[in-house]
Design a binder for this molecule. Structure first.
Ligand code: UT7
Length: 329
């Protein structure tokens, strides 16, 4: 029998507090009309001050484990995709390992910004297919509100907090991970950065004064790369799996901007518009968590029949990008 890596359970967690466009109108020089027409966003969720990426990730992970009917004691390895770890060390993965009660599991964070979920899924798949582990827990968790400059209208309207998780296993029924294509371009690293707080510009009075611990983005440039890279990743992924566009039941793109999603949709003319799953209007851009939150919601609100195929695609700082083809069993 051919070995497969399957997503046997998904989970997500969104904080209760809602930050609306009307709230943002009171904070910066913006309007609901501008935000909706330029991004498609109406509201996003914001974590409590005492709620961290570890808490949100653990909540999503426990839901994914329950969906997969797996006990935390059966998890062999934990991969956490986040650009907003609780702290530089220890890893958020180690903190979550303790919270969910999986002391036997190895645990590590990976850094690929908004594409982190797909990078983590790819590593989980490789660990399963190589026979190294049976059950890998992939968690994506972002508290972007801690790194968002709420005086910068060009970025503060975009980001929200939230988490998602996937159980990836060698056994059980679920979504087989048929193919994953990943890419990166360090030449474009400066387009989307948090410049301060690392060893290049350690936190100091000067970095704080210059607001270098917040996300800085060249929005227009990033937009163009996002459309081009996600389209190419999807096409490469489909080609590598010998799968035609017509065979796809759902496309779940990274939820960075509805105009980016619509631009990608135009490049897949055989895919009906209502088969492109969107959460951007209610959660904004939750970075690594976004595809997983959308997939979890899709699986909870729609029936996905055996044989149906779902294509995920993501793009983020690095630059990084990727696409993953899933097939329901
Ligand atoms: O998750 C990682 C990937 N991230 C992305 O893919 C995000 C990609 N970029 C984008 O989604 C868009 O570029 C933005 C939503 C960030 C910006 O939209 P845009 O249509 O590219 O606007 P722009 O940056 O070209 O700005 C147009 C105008 C500017 O004013 P002027 O110079 O034309 O007078 C901005 O100052 O809109 C102004 N502006 C705003 N106005 C009201 C920028 N932000 C705002 C705002 N409210 N919040």
């Amino acid at each position: 029998m051919i070995k497969k890596a399957k997503i046997t359970g998904t989970g997500s967690y969104l904080p209760e507090r809602v930050l609306t466009n009307q709230d943002l109108e009171k904070m910066v020089d913006t309007t609901d009309e501008w935000i909706v027409s330029r991004t498609g966003m109406k509201e996003r969720r914001i974590a409590r001050p005492d709620e961290f990426s570890s808490h949100m990730g653990a909540a999503a992970a426990l839901k994914a484990l329950a969906a997969a009917h797996l006990d935390a004691s059966q998890v062999d390895f934990i991969l956490v995709a986040t650009l907003t770890p609780d702290c530089p060390i220890p890893s958020t993965a180690c903190l979550i390992q303790k919270m969910i009660g999986a002391p036997q599991a190895g645990a590590v964070d990976i850094s690929a910004a908004c594409t982190g979920g797909l990078y983590a899924l790819s590593l989980a798949r490789a660990l399963i297919l190589s026979g190294t582990y049976k059950n890998v827990l992939v968690i994506c968790s972002e508290k972007l509100s801690s790194f968002t400059d709420y005086t910068d209208r060009s970025t503060c309207v975009l980001f929200g907090d939230g988490a998602s998780a996937y159980v990836v296993s060698s056994e059980g029924r679920g979504l087989a991970i048929e193919q994953i294509q990943l890419g990166a371009d360090g030449e474009q690293a400066e387009l989307l950065v948090i410049p301060g707080g690392g060893c290049r510009q350690p936190t100091s009075a000067v970095t704080i004064e210059n607001r270098l611990h917040f996300i800085k983005m060249s929005g227009n440039e990033v937009f163009k790369h996002a459309v081009r890279r996600m389209e190419a990743a999807c096409k490469e992924c489909l080609d590598a799996a010998d799968c035609k566009e017509e065979e796809i039941s759902w496309l779940i793109p990274h939820q960075a901007n509805v105009r980016i999603i619509d631009a990608i949709a135009k490049r897949f003319p055989h895919l009906p518009g209502d088969r492109i799953y969107k959460t951007v209007h209610k959660y904004g851009n939750t970075s690594a968590s976004s595809c997983g939150i959308a997939l979890d919601e899709l699986l909870k609100t729609h029936t996905v029949h055996p044989g149906e195929k779902i294509l995920l695609t993501a793009f983020g700082s690095g630059l990084t990008w990727g696409a993953a083809l899933l097939r329901a069993e």
